[in-house]
Design a protein around this ligand. Sequence first.
Ligand code: ATP
Ligand code: MN
Ligand code: MN
Length: 306
Amino acid sequence: RETRKKAGTMAAAPRRTVKLTHPDRLYWPQQGVTKEGLADYYAEVWRVMAPFVVGRPLALLRCPDGIEGPRFFQKHAWKGVNEHILQVSDPKDRNGEPLIAIEDLDGLVGLVQAAVLEIHPWGSTLADWERPDMITMDLDPGDDVAWSEVIAAAEQVKERLKQAGLAAFVKTSGGKGLHVVAPLKPKAGWPKVKAFAKVLADAMAADSPDRFVSTITKAKRHGKILIDYLRNQRGSTAVAPYSTRARPGAAVSMPIAWEELAPAIGPAYFTVTNTPTRLSALAADPWARFREAAVPLEARAARKAA
Ligand code: ATP
Ligand code: MN
Ligand code: MN
């Protein structure tokens, strides 16, 4: 394949200085992925992952005993949080508990040390909390939906985003579905971005009611794909590119090229184990142009996506 070449895109992994306690603790017992193995994985993907996790509020899924033990979804800093992890104050909740952010690989390894097995950033940055710099359309297939249908849905989301003047990138969720992500120049605020995402999802459901739904209540019906637009409201999150999932298999959410969407690559195809090989074989990061492709959401975008 022309996208492959000998020398990979990945330079040597950056240094990490955070010390891990219990490095041999098994986080994914079936795959033998330990705390140290997870820290090594994040060091390998850091260069491509960093733009999506640095300088954003983060929600975290923590599993102190690995994926087979108890878990909790955490949005706020905790006592004894690692010194490389930032505590940030939500400008709209000045008296609330601090939120969590990172600025470098040490911060990420600090999260690994704290048994964070999933990282879920906001769609806006600490530099501009109120104006998202991406839209995430989350495609959630119900039972009995063929993977080819999910791929077709992602292509339709891409097409509608394009009609609205936006670029679209796709990643596996590491769970059951796909995420289609559009980079934005932060200009429109959360309410406008959410309204746009809702119009897009509603239009898909209206045009193909046998295939798509845009509301969670109707999503219980089998055989349809929920076009989940609710990742796009203030305080909502979506799993980060390259984040691991706290599910069996040690899958990760993998940014891919549109041409890679195929039956053989399912939503949990890429894992902690096979990702380093993928990255060193890729000639180019499929999301390399993500940020430069960003444009502001136009006032008339919703009309064009519908
Ligand atoms: P899948 O492909 O299996 O759907 P997903 O990451 O898209 O994987 P969803 O259930 O569709 O999972 O998305 C839910 C989103 O809501 C997550 O990405 C996360 O950001 C957020 N979330 C997950 N767990 C919680 C929780 N306990 N409390 C609040 N928000 C959560
Ligand atoms: Mn989903
Ligand atoms: Mn969802």
